[in-house]
Design a protein around this ligand. Structure first.
Ligand SMILES: [Zn+2]
Length: 267
């Protein structure tokens, strides 16, 4: 393995849902069900040698189907960080759920790094179960198959290096083939858990998120995330509004939209 290069990591928020409750975020909740909002993100990993994007979010049409409004298209958020989606060459797809693998057509030059198991799962007999199928969009899966037949899918198996200082790691649990992303930064190894841990509390309690393929694998995944990261503070969950409170914005104008994860948490 080559010596790791250090990267900047940006988190880009493209949607927020305030009307969400604790029972939607944990398998087991107490009787006092209170509000617990959720954010939706894509991520940028970059240095002077390369720029990668993690996940592609979803668009207005998909949001309408599911009664969810996005604040901006993921590519519009990326553009605010001077990343042109049309020119991005490498996109890591954590898993194929609707809020992570839409807008594939906004990345016409990209190669998609996806776990073999996730592609298989998305077209497997498990999709006969509406509970497991619901978070997937057939259009998104078909777009990935189109990309595959254009030679633009790089299948990953288990734990693999993508570039010096960037690797993906099979976690499973939430879906059969979900992967996290480990990135070397000036503060050490940061792990983008994405939906391997939706909220800090899922992982810290631990108390699994209710959209799940295997509870046992999800719990084992929380331990694997901890092994991969420099410290528990180096793990970034996939949907937690606390992230933008804990990490600084890239500039005052982009507060609440684009924040940095390669620097120490604020305060
Ligand atoms: Zn998911």
């Amino acid at each position: 393995m080559a010596d790791p290069e250090a990267y900047e990591i940006l988190i880009v928020r493209y949607a927020h849902i305030g009307e969400r409750f604790r029972h939607q975020n944990f398998i087991m909740t107490d009787a006092h069900d209170t509000k617990m909002p959720i954010d939706f993100f894509v991520w940028i990993i970059r240095n002077e040698n390369r720029t990668l994007v993690v996940d592609t979010g979803f668009d207005h049409a998909e949001g309408e189907k599911r009664g969810r409004t996005i604040t901006r298209l993921p590519r519009e958020g990326l553009a605010m960080a001077n990343v042109d989606a049309a020119k991005v060459e490498d996109v890591i797809i954590s898993h194929l759920h609707f809020d992570h693998a839409g807008t594939i057509d906004h990345f016409p030059e990209a190669r998609f790094h996806l776990q073999d198991l996730e592609m298989r799962y998305s077209v497997s007999p498990h999709m006969c179960e509406s509970v497991l199928r619901h978070p997937y969009s057939a259009d998104h899966v078909k777009s990935m198959i189109d990309a595959l037949f254009e030679g633009r899918v790089a299948f990953r198996e288990g734990d693999e290096e993508i570039a010096p200082g960037i690797s993906v790691h099979l976690i499973g649990g939430h879906t059969m083939g979900i992967q996290c992303v480990r990135v070397f930064t000036k503060r050490g190894w940061v792990v983008l858990a994405v939906d391997s841990a939706h909220f800090y509390e899922n992982m810290e309690s631990p108390s699994p998120f209710p959209i799940v393929y295997s509870v046992a694998d999800m719990l084992a995944g929380y331990h694997k995330l901890k092994r991969l990261a420099q410290s528990p503070q180096h793990i970034i969950p996939g949907h937690d509004p606390l992230i933008l409170q804990r990490y600084p914005a890239v500039s005052p104008e982009l507060e609440g939209i684009i924040h940095r994860l390669d620097v120490e948490p604020r305060g």
